[in-house]
Design a protein around this ligand. Structure first.
Ligand code: PLP
Length: 224
């Protein structure tokens, strides 16, 4: 089977899984945006993803993000680009022109940088390190109110909701409390957007209310 046919087939399986999870949770699948994570894959994969019907693509590294978004635009491909990784302040200037959505606002200093560099209000998710893992970015649950207040005060930031990356676990059920906690936090602050769930755990994340799932390997196979 060609790579393109494989993507089409895998994508159909992911969409079926999203629908099944929505069905279990009594949700409308239209309320879940699928962001296809293309990191490490070549420009050709981006083309195939778009041909397969994907409209939202995600990348997590600044340099790769800019190179791909630029190259794609050069060939007429204009998906909505989601920046999903940690954004260093000194990379914001390069990344912002291509970012349709930023999933990883994790400090007040980054908010200030976006406020200074963005030329339009950018939909942003605030990243919360719900499980408090040392290896992860994102603010703690305790730090969230201050970051939220700061982001809300920024005219170039449109707070879309909260984002988290669940710990790597053997059984996706073990990630459920993390997703539930993020939903409770969002609800406590009157936020509706929830960017949570990846290849291993997106079904559970949807059952817990995810409005955006970020899926790479389930669509494109293992990374290069
Ligand atoms: C790589 C990545 C994903 C996708 O991971 P998969 O396991 O390939 O689905 C989602 N979110 C973030 C922040 C990532 O870096």
């Amino acid at each position: 089977m060609t790579v393109a046919a494989t993507i089409v087939e895998r994508l159909a399986a992911v969409r079926a899984e999203i629908e099944a999870a929505c069905e279990r949770a009594g949700r409308n699948p239209a309320g879940v945006t699928l962001v296809a994570v293309t990191k490490t894959h070549p420009l050709e994969t981006i083309r195939e993803a778009i041909v397969a019907g994907l409209t939202d693509l995600g990348e997590n590294r600044a340099q790769e993000f800019v190179l791909k978004a630029e190259a794609a635009a050069g060939t007429g491909l204009m998906p909505r680009w989601h920046f999903i990784g940690h954004l260093q302040r000194n990379k914001a200037r390069q990344v912002l022109p291509y970012a349709g959505v930023l999933h990883s606002v994790d400090s007040e200093r980054l908010v200030a940088e976006i406020e200074r560099r963005a030329t339009r209000p950018l939909p942003c998710y605030l990243e919360v390190n719900v499980a408090g893992e040392a290896s992860k970015h994102g603010v703690t649950v305790e730090e969230l109110p201050a970051l939220l207040a700061c982001a809300k005060a920024a005219s170039n930031i449109e707070v879309a909701g909260l984002m988290t990356i669940a710990p790597i676990v053997d059984d996706p059920e073990q990630a459920r409390p993390v997703f539930r906690r993020l939903r409770e936090l969002a609800s406590a602050h009157g936020l509706t957007g929830l960017s949570m769930g990846m290849t291993n755990d997106y079904a559970v994340a949807i059952e817990e209310g995810a409005t955006v799932v970020r899926v790479g390997r389930a669509i494109f196979g293992e990374r290069r």
